[in-house]
Design a protein around this ligand. Structure first.
Ligand code: ADP
Ligand code: MG
Length: 388
C-alpha cells in the first residue's frame, strides 16, 4: 500500500474517497465535523500540489435511494468554510454526465464534491459499473476513508483496481490510523492493556483474539462481559448472552488465562433514579455498568499501563447514571500517560464528553474498521490499494 508521496499528482485529477459521514442535527446541520477535519490534511496536500480533487463520500443510510435529508449540501458548505482559499463545488450525481462535467471542468487546486454515494444501490453492492463510472472521474485514486475500509463497497473496493498500481494510494488519515494501531501492537510499551466493552461480543471476538497474542491484560466490560462470564460458568441471571458465541468465548478464556479480567460486580437501576452495585447478576433487572469494585481494579491496572487499546463503553453510557465505569476508565488512561489508542463511535464519545481527547494518543475515526484492523492488520479496501 503506497502513500501520497509516491503519487504523481501535479496537474492531474484525483478521485478522493473520504468518510464525511458526520452526525447531523434534526434540522440537517452538522453536529460534529471531526471526520471532515480528519481528512483535511490529505485534501490540502493534494490541492497545494495543483491537483484537482473529485471528492466522494457517503452520508447516513439512504439504502440506495435519494433521500433529500441526506444530500451532500451541508458537507459542501462546511468544507468550503474549512478551506477558505479553495473553490469548492458540488454536484447532484455520482457518475455519468453531471459528475463528469463537474470533474473535467475542475481547475487545478480546486475541489468538487460528488453527491452521496449511498444514493446509488451499487455502492454497497460493489457494483462493477458504478466502480467503473467512478474511476472515469480521476487520473489517480486516493482512499482516505479509513472508517469504511473494512467494507467491500464500490467506492473503496472495486474502484481501486481501475487505476494502475502507481496511480492509487492511501491518504494521510488512513496512514495515521494504521500506523497508530501497528505501533501499539508491534512495539508496545509495557504493560500493554486492552479494554473491551460495548454492545455485541460477536463484533469483538476476533480483535480480542489478536490482542491476546500481544497484551498483558484484557479488561472486559459492557455487554460482551456477560457472554464471557457465562462461558466461564457463572450464573448470569437475565443478562443478555450471545449463545452462538459461547464456544468462541471459552476458547478465548483458555487462551487468556488470568490475563483476561471480567467484572466482579455490576451497577443496576434502583428506585427513584438511584443505582445499586450488586455482586451477582440478578434475574429480572439489567446490569447497565461495571460496579465500583470492578472500576477500582480496572483503574489500578490502567494507571500503570504503557500502552492501551480501548474499544467499547463499560456501560449504558447514554444514561448518565451508568457512565461511571467508562469515566473511570477514561480518566485512568489519561492519568497513565500511556500510548492510548481509542476506537469506536460510542467509545471516542467518552473522552470527548470528559474533555480528555487530548490525553489520548490516537482517536480513531473508525469503529468496525478499527476493530477489524486490530484483528487482521489489513482491510479489504487496503488490499485493493496494494500491488497484488
Ligand atoms: P463503539 O461504537 O465504540 O464501537 P459499541 O457500538 O460496540 O461501541 O457499543 C456501544 C453501546 O454499548 C452503547 O450504546 C452502550 O450503551 C452499550 N452498552 C455498553 N454496556 C452496556 C450494558 N451493560 N447494557 C446495555 N448497553 C450497554
Ligand atoms: Mg457503536
Amino acid at each position: 500500500m503506497q502513500g501520497l508521496e509516491s503519487l504523481h499528482i501535479e496537474g492531474r485529477r484525483a478521485l478522493v474517497r473520504v468518510d464525511f459521514n458526520v452526525p447531523l442535527h434534526d434540522d440537517g446541520t452538522i453536529r460534529d465535523d471531526t471526520r471532515i477535519r480528519a481528512a483535511l490534511p490529505t485534501l490540502e496536500y493534494l490541492l497545494q500540489r495543483d491537483c484537482a480533487c473529485v471528492v466522494a463520500t457517503h452520508l447516513g443510510r439512504p439504502g440506495g435511494q435519494r433521500i433529500e435529508d441526506l444530500r451532500i449540501d451541508p458537507i459542501a458548505s462546511r468544507l468550503a468554510d474549512l478551506l477558505p482559499d479553495r473553490a469548492v463545488q458540488h454536484c447532484d450525481d455520482i457518475t455519468g454526465e453531471t459528475a463528469q462535467s463537474m470533474a473535467y471542468a475542475l481547475r487545478p487546486g480546486t475541489l468538487g464534491l460528488l453527491q452521496n454515494l449511498r444514493f446509488h444501490p451499487g455502492e454497497e453492492a460493489d457494483d462493477p459499473d458504478l466502480a467503473a463510472g467512478l474511476a472515469q472521474l480521476g487520473d489517480v485514486y486516493v482512499n482516505d476513508a479509513f472508517a469504511v475500509c473494512h467494507r467491500r463497497h464500490a467506492s473503496v473496493y472495486s474502484v481501486a483496481r481501475h487505476f494502475p498500481a502507481a496511480d492509487r494510494a492511501a491518504g494521510l488519515l488512513v496512514r495515521r490510523e494504521t500506523q497508530a494501531i501497528d505501533g501499539a501492537m508491534d512495539q508496545p510499551a509495557r504493560p500493554f492493556v486492552a479494554v473491551i466493552g460495548g454492545a455485541k461480543v460477536s463484533d469483538k471476538i476476533a480483535a480480542m483474539r489478536a490482542l491476546l497474542d500481544r497484551v498483558d491484560h484484557v479488561l472486559v466490560g459492557g455487554v460482551p462481559a456477560f457472554t464471557l462470564l457465562k462461558a466461564r460458568g457463572d450464573d448470569v441471571g437475565g443478562a443478555p448472552v450471545e449463545e452462538d458465541q459461547l464456544d468462541a468465548a471459552r476458547q478465548l478464556l483458555d487462551k487468556a488465562g488470568d490475563r483476561l479480567l471480567l467484572p466482579v460486580d455490576h451497577a443496576v437501576p434502583a428506585p427513584r433514579d438511584d443505582v445499586l452495585t450488586v455482586d451477582m447478576l440478578p434475574a429480572g433487572v439489567a446490569a447497565l455498568d461495571i460496579g465500583a469494585e470492578t472500576s477500582t481494579r480496572y483503574r489500578q491496572i490502567l494507571e500503570q499501563a504503557g500502552t492501551v487499546i480501548w474499544n467499547g463503553p463499560m456501560g449504558y453510557v447514554e444514561d448518565p447514571r451508568f457512565f461511571a465505569g467508562s469515566r473511570t476508565v477514561a480518566r485512568a488512561i489519561a492519568r497513565s500517560g500511556a500510548n492510548a489508542i481509542v476506537g469506536g463511535g460510542d467509545t471516542t464519545g467518552i473522552p470527548q464528553r470528559l474533555g480528555l481527547l487530548d490525553a489520548m494518543t490516537h482517536v480513531s475515526t473508525g469503529g468496525g474498521a478499527f476493530l477489524s484492523y486490530v484483528a487482521h492488520r489489513t482491510l479489504p479496501a487496503l488490499q485493493a490499494l496494494g500491488d497484488e
